[in-house]
Design a protein around this ligand. Structure first.
Ligand SMILES: Cc1ncc(COP(=O)(O)O)c(C=O)c1O
Length: 389
């Protein structure tokens, strides 16, 4: 089956290009354009009443879609923000940042966390334990051991690492090693949400899960979310007026009140256009019975075809032995090739771009992502022969 008709506008606007940067920024389905106009129309219709309208219609619908995708039974635990950094900082603000704080994380977290935690780490009270993701085969065991050895206040890790594509399968085992219920676990799911099937059913009262619309969820920038553990009574000090919508905690003298559900981690006024776009994508997929399992199968088949075509080329830089993750079962939706150095990588990516092959790179790693709008027959790597870095 081809899904290209969903993306006719982006595909037409980029005719002749092979877009392998979808793991960074997915093309938007056509329905998202109508969604932007719907947002405008609803804003005009409801004017001053629009927030009530959004919170009664849009927000619960989107929460339902996301909860179903994560297989959680508590849609009301989903809270939105414009980016994951805001939600992350709100979680961090639950700690007394002047008291001792131990954090176990990895050496492969995206900048939103990496930069922020390293900035905080400039304070003497923070102890940061950063577990190398490589070698990948032993990552989970080493990460679990670091948690057991250090009993951290916060555990933060990605389900798929952005700089390799390694997919952590055993998240439940990792989370189980955090035995003290007071300690926080945050999973960065940006590269797994809507790409790999995710099942938080047994973790929904235990973990924060962060993701957003810019990548595989295809709603574009401006719509990120956190699943907040059911029963969470934390009181983020970085808080805005959205956090007191709905039923509130019992009032306590001298204390600010919070919503009882995920909204306790909300901020303040934001542009909901992106939420309209994301809802339109979910509705499109629902109407077409398109599940994450089917998306994943489509992408795995594309990766296999791409690698077979690459085998035939015998390219000096791009070949299976340069692949960071060879095992499909532990790989996200992009292939990462480790090249001799950052200069060669940048130069190869630029040469590919000139040939209409769009990729992206991080240091010495070149990434090729695969999407619903790709089709096996259209993978054409012959131009690679002219690109040697
Ligand atoms: C693993 C991961 N987390 C988060 C993000 C986005 O972070 P933010 O929403 O803070 O911009 C990205 C974006 O590329 C990412 O790769």
């Amino acid at each position: 089956m081809t899904y290209q008709s969903f993306y006719s506008r982006f595909l037409k606007a980029n005719e002749g290009k092979q877009h392998y940067a979808c793991h960074s920024h997915y093309y938007w389905p056509d329905v998202t354009r109508d969604a932007v106009l719907d947002y405008w129309d609803d804003s005009a219709t409801y004017a001053d009443e629009k927030w009530g309208f959004f919170f009664q219609t849009l927000v619960p619908e989107l929460q339902r879609h996301i909860a179903r995708t994560l297989n959680t039974s508590h849609p009301e635990q989903i809270v939105f923000a414009s980016n994951t950094h805001e939600l992350l900082y709100r979680i961090l603000s639950c700690f007394d940042l002047s008291a001792p704080l131990k954090v176990v994380t990895t050496d492969a977290e995206f900048h939103s966390f990496h930069r922020q935690i390293h900035r905080l780490n400039e304070q003497a009270n923070i102890e940061l334990i950063s577990v190398p993701t490589e070698p990948f085969d032993s990552f989970s065991a080493r990460f679990e051991q670091a948690i057991v050895d250090n009993a951290p206040h916060l555990v933060f890790f990605s389900q798929v690492f952005f700089n390799s594509g390694y997919y952590v399968q055993d998240i439940e085992r990792i989370v189980a090693t955090v035995t003290n219920p007071e300690r926080l676990v945050v999973i960065d799911g940006y590269h797994s949400f809507m790409a790999k099937p995710v099942d938080l059913s047994r973790l929904e009262s235990r973990v924060f899960y962060l993701a957003g619309g810019y990548k595989y969820a295809q709603g574009g920038e401006g719509v990120c979310f956190a699943h907040v553990p059911k029963g969470c009574s934390l009181r983020p000090s970085y808080t805005g007026w959205f956090a007191e919508l709905g039923a509130l905690d019992k009032p306590r003298a001298g204390e600010v009140q919070y919503s009882q559900d995920g909204m306790r981690f909300a901020g303040a006024t934001m542009d909901f256009t992106a939420l309209y776009r994301l809802r339109a994508v979910f509705n499109l997929f629902e109407e077409n019975d398109l599940t994450v399992e089917a998306i994943n199968a489509h992408v795995e088949a594309l990766q296999q075809t791409f690698l077979q075509k690459l085998d035939a080329l015998k390219h000096p830089l791009l070949h299976r032995s340069a692949l960071m993750i060879d095992n499909e079962a532990t790989r996200g939706h992009f292939l990462t090739f480790k090249l001799p150095n950052a200069e060669v990588t940048a130069s190869l990516a630029a040469q590919l771009r000139e040939q209409g092959i769009l990729t992206d790179y991080r240091g010495d790693r070149l990434r090729f992502g695969f999407a619903l709008y790709h089709c096996k027959d259209e993978i054409n790597l012959s131009a690679l022969n002219d690109c040697t870095g």
